[in-house]
Write a protein that binds this ligand. Sequence first.
Ligand code: COD
Ligand code: ZN
Length: 365
Amino acid sequence: MRTMKAAVLYDYNAPMVIEEVQLDDPGVGEVLVKMTASGVCRSDLHVLKGEWKSPLPTILGHEAAGRIEAVGPGVTRVKAGDPIVLSFKPHCGYCEYCMSGRPHLCTGMGGRAGTLPGGHIRLSKDGNLIYHFAATASFAEYAVIHESSAVAIGPETPLELAALVGCSVTTGVGAVLNTAQVRPGSTVAVIGCGGVGLNVIQGARFAGASRIIGVDISQEKLEFAERFGATDTVDAREENPVTAIRQLTGGGADYAFEVLGSGETVRTAFESVRTGGTAVAVGMAAVGEYAQIDAYLLAAQEKTLKGCFYGSARTHVDMPRYIALAQAGKLDLDSLVTRHYPLEDINEAYAALERGEVGRGLIVF
Ligand code: COD
Ligand code: ZN
């Protein structure tokens, strides 16, 4: 067991508390990671605001990279010193989803919300258990994670940038390449140009989309979207995004991605695609929220509405590839990060995300 500094969430809509907590040694099939950097993602904000329920107290953080500090019994794939990206979807390798190439939907791990696979909890404070958000709990100096959550990457990868591959890059680029399988020449609309939306935009550029329309409610975000490959932008405060996208594409986009997490923007994405087009919901709305779609047009225009979890990632294949694409200059990770914070400033980092400040914030350890 070790004592370490972490950000603990005790109540929804309350600040996280920076304090010393205890972390048990890794168990069978688990590894201990020393964190290098952890991104400030809206999914954690959904929990902070109580929009998604996660058992409390918990340590948030799920977009991270670090180095293996020690391995538990039976771990052979990684060893102390190896650089890794943390995956927030551990997978068993044997269930029907894993065996059919969809490990991001694995159902074979056991456990429940806030625990590691098998139901284990390695975090505590003075004997009281603390839950592991997203099986990663990366807003802490160290984490114990399942070995399938430790994605080995090349020794030369800058770990601060690799952290982004833990969520925003894999979710956004994967939504384009894996979930939607955007074809060259297609037209693409992206509703929400935050940390993940920018990666949908650069994924669409990489996939050869002919037109990429960024939609947001912030002029600054739209300027950022252009830097990542948006050919056109729409300010949803000033124009109806559906009308604007239909005009720009001559009837509707081939693909529209919802990258915010609300029922209303899922509807916008659905209405923005042409006959035969595909709308992809990347965001996860508040629990219990519904999206209204025109059930007549769903059939009459043969539209597809698809969900996307974690960029439909095969983490151990896709994450090293996204890093290789970044190293080849085909994906831009450097420009995504606009602010660095120490762990002590984590509440300010989430306030900045909520205020809609541009780009990705990164907690560095
Ligand atoms: N129309 C258009 N854009 C809007 C609107 C609107 N009505 N309202 C807000 N926006 C913009 C904001 O200005 C902002 O730029 C953007 O939407 C949201 O960006 P961020 O940076 O706040 O959020 P991200 O990119 O960090 O996260 C977005 C997700 C959709 C990934 C997240 O919210 C989510 O739902 N994640 C669940 C999906 C998933 O796979 N999760 C796994 C862990 S992330
Ligand atoms: Zn995330």
